[in-house]
Design a protein around this ligand. Structure first.
Ligand SMILES: [Zn+2]
Ligand SMILES: [Zn+2]
Length: 208
């Protein structure tokens, strides 16, 4: 009799170890002990939910996302719907429709396990990204974002050296300093807040 029980247990174990067909996932597969969410073929938001519930992360792929953009230098603030990429649970790329993008060269990838993150780009712009539908393909106003960003970049880039400048200034601090350190009369060095260099100042004083 004991032998029969043993065989029943063995059969049950073998049955439970049945291969899961990840390309055709069944409802009951998810509760199986050997179910591996990382082998899932993610196709829709339902799959995303299962993966997120089991791993705590959003699966790799492209998502629609609401992107709030704020530039404290220029005061530009807008919200856009854009495609974003998630890789290893991190937000890695924000796509603009005409080939532009914001990637890890402009911000450090951050974990987006709560479906929302905020970060500050290398240009000092603040972004809040909220993940939406899986699959992407939802460019609504990315052109506007790129336009805004380009205007902001122009407004905060020194035309002389390409460095960062204040939006209200013509040139960056060091270029302004440099320009103001040139004597308008002879072209040699002067202290920035003096009108002329020492030589010219002396000559002008003597002429009077
Ligand atoms: Zn400059
Ligand atoms: Zn001078």
């Amino acid at each position: 009799m004991k032998k029969v029980y043993f065989i029943v247990i063995i059969i049950c174990l073998l049955a439970c170890k049945r291969e899961i067909d990840y390309s055709n996932l069944q409802e009951e597969d998810i509760n199986r002990e050997n179910f591996d969410p990382y082998l899932m073929v993610i196709t829709d938001d339902y799959d995303v939910e299962i993966f997120h519930n089991m791993t705590g992360d959003y699966p790799d792929g492209t998502y629609c996302a609401e992107v709030e953009y704020y530039n404290p230098n220029t005061g530009t603030r807008n919200t856009y719907t854009l495609n974003v990429d998630v890789e290893d649970g991190d937000l890695t790329v924000i796509h603009w429709p005409n080939g532009g993008w914001l990637d890890e060269t402009h911000f450090s990838p951050e974990n987006i396990s709560y479906g929302e993150i905020s970060f500050i780009s290398d240009r000092g712009c603040e972004y809040v990204v909220t993940l939406g539908d899986y699959g992407g393909g939802c460019y609504s106003d990315g052109k506007q974002l790129q336009n805004d960003v380009n205007i902001d970049i122009e407004d905060t880039t020194c035309p002389n050296c390409g460095g960062n400048k204040d939006v209200y200034e013509d040139l960056c601090y060091s270029c302004t300093e440099e320009r103001e350190s040139v004597c308008p009369r002879c072209g040699s060095y002067k202290i920035s807040f003096d009108e002329y260099c020492n030589n010219c100042q002396d000559e002008l004083t003597n002429e009077e």
